[in-house]
Design a protein around this ligand. Structure first.
Ligand code: PLP
Ligand code: COI
Length: 367
């Protein structure tokens, strides 16, 4: 039973951080290091559905050692941003898309589906309450982290009969230190992130846990990020750690061609990825979803037809890929610098999000 519960009881912190303390954090927020004054919690219980929706002061949780999530990882999350608009108001970017993906993740993990309107109401309530935390500098934003985990206590392996949904918020500057600087990537041939029939398309904690050893391997090879290949042939490009990928080709019949790996079932269907499919078309590029192999990448790069590659995601927006390393070959992507198409798409997306450009697709959700 899933009773929609959109009425959120407001019991905010009576001791929020002072304006001076908040300003000191907003001057250099980093990513995911600081959290706002409040959080939202909603419970789900078998037979009762969603209940007890509250906005309460941000605080640690007391977890029973036999909490099922600690053992069997029934947990999912989302990431979306609230942006300060030119008139001082605040708007979130495509929250219903995150709400729908959250439902898809819940289905895959045998968890209850939170109604879309409840997900949005929870995000709205927190952003409204902690509005002073939404930065107004450049690309900064308030990163919202909705998540849900099994809150039942017990060691039986089965879907839990109690869950806790929460939203916390964290002011976010650049995800990668150093701003828009091309990243170097390691092609992971030893480890895979996800396989057909697995959980790769769900935003669940285990996917990230499983990625860490390959990310460490990337760092050992002097690279910033890992790029995942398909699990079967270890040949087709899937995505990067925490971001989807786009490949930009030179001009053909007067149009530049842009391709992003198709949704294979084992990569995350990114909302930035989906938005860029539309924006690229609006800007007159020929854009498609398809399969790109490691050989296509290396040969296209060497032959000059493939000129730019970039990664995209909520946390990191758009980040150029500057160089590639694998066990077999290394190469520089294009001239190793942020490409013209990459930077044009980046600006077009950020302009919509920050209210500098018209929101032709109705993606912004004003509060
Ligand atoms: N791929 C993975 C594995 C991610 O964690 C993310 C981040 O959410 C993305 C891609 C990009 O998705 P989105 O654009 O919705 O943030
Ligand atoms: C996001 O872009 O929202 C992500 O979730 C990426 C990473 C922080 C896990």
């Amino acid at each position: 039973m899933t009773t929609p519960t959109t009425a959120i009881e407001l019991k905010p912190s009576s001791h929020p951080l002072s304006a001076a303390e908040r300003a000191a954090i907003l001057a250099n927020p980093g990513f995911g290091r600081h959290f706002t004054d409040n959080m939202v919690t909603i419970k789900w219980t078998e037979g009762r559905g969603w209940h007890d929706a509250q906005l309460v002061p941000y605080a640690p949780l007391a977890i029973d050692p036999a909490n099922m999530t600690l053992h069997y990882a029934q947990t999912i999350f989302e990431g979306l941003k609230a942006y300060r608009q030119p008139d001082g108001t605040v708007a979130t970017f495509r929250p219903e898309a995150n709400a729908e993906r959250f439902q898809a993740s819940a289905r895959r993990m045998a968890m209850p589906e939170l109604p879309v309107e409840t997900f949005i109401a929870a995000c709205d309530a927190l952003v409204k309450q902690d509005k002073a935390w939404v930065p107004s500098e450049g690309e900064q934003a308030l990163y919202l982290r909705p998540f849900m985990f099994a809150s039942e206590v017990g060691l039986g392996v089965r879907p839990a009969n109690e869950y806790l949904f929460m939203v916390i918020a964290s002011p976010a500057g650049a995800y990668f230190r150093g701003g828009v600087k091309p990243v170097s990537v390691w092609l992971s041939e030893e480890y895979v992130r996800a396989c057909p029939g697995g959980t790769g398309a769900a935003k669940t904690g285990g996917n990230y846990a499983a990625s860490l050893v390959a990310q460490a391997q990337a760092l050992e090879h002097g690279c910033d990020q890992v790029v995942w290949l398909d699990a079967i042939e270890r040949r087709w490009i899937e995505e990067m750690g925490g971001m989807n990928l786009y490949f930009v080709y030179g001009e053909e019949d007067g149009k530049r061609r842009i391709v992003t790996p198709e949704l294979s079932g084992s990569l995350l269907p990114g909302i930035t990825r989906a938005s860029l499919l539309r924006i690229a078309e609006d800007l007159g590029y020929e854009v498609s979803e398809g399969r790109i192999s490691v050989d296509d990448w290396r040969e296209g790069n060497a032959g000059g037809s493939l000129t730019e590659v970039f990664a995209c995601g909520t946390a990191a927006v758009i980040t150029p890929v500057g160089s590639v390393k694998s066990a077999r070959a290394d190469w520089t992507v294009g001239d190793g610098q942020p490409g013209e198409v990459t930077m044009r798409l980046r600006k077009a997306l950020l302009d919509i999000q920050t209210g500098a450009a018209r929101d032709a697709h109705g993606w912004m959700h004003p509060l």
